[in-house]
Design a protein around this ligand. Sequence first.
Ligand SMILES: *Cc1c(COP(=O)(O)O)cnc(C)c1O
Length: 373
Amino acid sequence: MTETSGAELTIDLGAVQANYQTLRGHLGEAELAAVVKADAYGLGLAPVVRALRRAGCETFFVATAAEGMELRAIQSDAHIHVFNGPLPGEEAAFTEHTLVPVLNSLDQLQNWSAQGVRVGVPGPADIQIDTGMTRLGLDPDDLARLMAEPDLMKSVPLDLVLSHLACAEQPDHAMNPEQLAAFESGCAQLGTQIGAIRRSLAASSGIFLGRQYHFDMTRAGAALFGVNPTPLGSNPMRQVIRIQGKILQVRSVDTVRSVGYGASHQATLPAKIATVAIGYGDGYPRALSNAGTAFIDSHEVPVVGRVSMDLTTLDVTEVPSRLLALGQPVDFVGPLNSVDQLAAQAGTIGYEILTNLGRRYRRRYVGGEGNSG
Ligand SMILES: *Cc1c(COP(=O)(O)O)cnc(C)c1O
């Protein structure tokens, strides 16, 4: 593609692979599965999954059957698990595309059991138990019923029992050991019916809570993509994305003027305002109006005025003129400003910044060709 004025998103697949190895280094025997829901957290399902496979990853989790089918179309032999499990009527699609459903209720369990009887070769499934999220999964009453009626699980070969931590990014939170204990006792109950089971509790942050949280499989998403899994400390992961906009125009302001929609910023005179081609249409949050910062080379520059759909204005008064040429790249996420910092400035989390990355970016994938395993 030729040069365009539009903003550029660089995705470092080598960094994704390095992050996979870093996480694996924290695990003993436990498997590291990759969570690639929401188009691999906005970074592009196909290139991300290919890079992860080269790094040795064989098991993937997505949220919906549609995502599972999309992944199956590009990966014929990977293990694909689907967090949401089938809605009634969706079971056949799971069977057809060899997707392992996470069964989150007794109804889903019964329907999957019936599907197994229907097709003759019951497909493996996971069971999620709710240990404190109150979102998806079997609660203690459901487990008790399952113990009393083991036939509910007839024709359901169990692949994995899983649960999800609510507060794993806060290592001292009381919920962590509570959920751990609830998970172990739920699994022990199931184990009396089923015998040996594989267990999975930790996502990105949970991996850093220690070995007792790892069980047989961990499920990492955000950390693979550079979001800090230990936000109370420094980030052990490599940054994966860089977002660069280009300067379209620089205005020298020497009479009193406001900047942008709503006239929300008054330039202090004399000022230089650079207009850059990036906006909320690219997923750059409008909440960063008069609040965000970007970097031109090593110079931090504040966003002034409102972020609009296609344009953002920066106060570049302090930046040397040689760095203010038309087309000069500006880092909105880069070596000096992480996804997490941008998210904090916008009052959100890195996950939301990644999954909101717009479709208009000129996307560039770098690295990830090698086998980093
Ligand atoms: C999204 C999700 C994950 C991955 O979480 P990260 O914090 O991104 O590692 C793991 N398990 C479940 C159930 C999820 O919904």
